[in-house]
Design a protein around this ligand. Structure first.
Ligand SMILES: [Zn+2]
Length: 201
């Protein structure tokens, strides 16, 4: 199975067939896709200015989409390396973290679905790297009450998500599943109530 870097080389390779280069970019998303495969593809295409269904996009736009993905990936991998280092030290010092942060990391290691968007057309508009920076700073501070990416206040509980965990608080504004560790117990409870209100409405 080709790794992210060799797939990225294929995307840039002007000797390759354009359809293959596009295919290689899609394969990159199997390695790293913060919103999930389909939503991340939709995001990259709209930011780089080509249609998600376009089989032979402008090569410069294809490379621009790759660059956005690569920048986001380097932001995320640096965070994971730091997290692993800190975790190892804490273990060594006999400290224990609250379980939920570790549980969340186990499900998202490598960066797939860290900001899962269940509807592939609803995702944050900011550059992917910027979205991840906002998410990371939220993971590193005390839990809050808002969406860490767009600051939205309306969170609603959703079930049957096509990703683990299969239920969770979703930001009504930008569409991400908000990682539970970044929310206060009160915000989580409010999101669950919001769900009930929608159901009974
Ligand atoms: Zn949001």
């Amino acid at each position: 199975m080709a790794g992210f870097r060799s797939l990225a080389r294929q995307v840039r390779d002007s000797r390759c067939d354009l359809a293959l280069r596009r295919y290689s970019l899609r394969k990159c998303l199997e390695r790293f896709a913060p919103y999930g495969h389909r939503a991340t593809w939709d995001h990259l295409c709209s930011r780089a200015g080509f249609d998600p269904e376009d089989r032979s996009p402008d090569p410069a736009r294809l490379v621009a989409a790759l660059e956005e993905l690569e920048e986001a990936r380097s932001v995320w991998l640096a965070y994971e390396a730091e997290f692993a280092r800190r975790r190892k030290k804490e273990k060594h010092d006999g400290l224990r973290r609250p379980g939920s942060v570790d549980d969340w990391h186990r499900l998202t290691w490598g960066g797939f679905g860290v900001a899962w968007c269940d509807d592939p057309r609803v995702h944050p508009r900011a550059p992917l790297a910027e979205v991840l920076r906002r998410l990371i700073s939220a993971l590193e501070r005390e839990p809050g009450d808002h969406c860490p990416v767009c600051g939205g206040e309306r969170l609603t509980w959703r079930y049957d998500l096509a990703h683990e965990p299969s239920s969770g608080p979703v930001c009504v504004d930008c569409g991400i599943v908000v990682p539970r560790p970044v929310l206060t117990p009160q915000a989580l409870a409010a999101a669950r109530r919001e769900r009930r209100m929608l159901v009974s409405a």
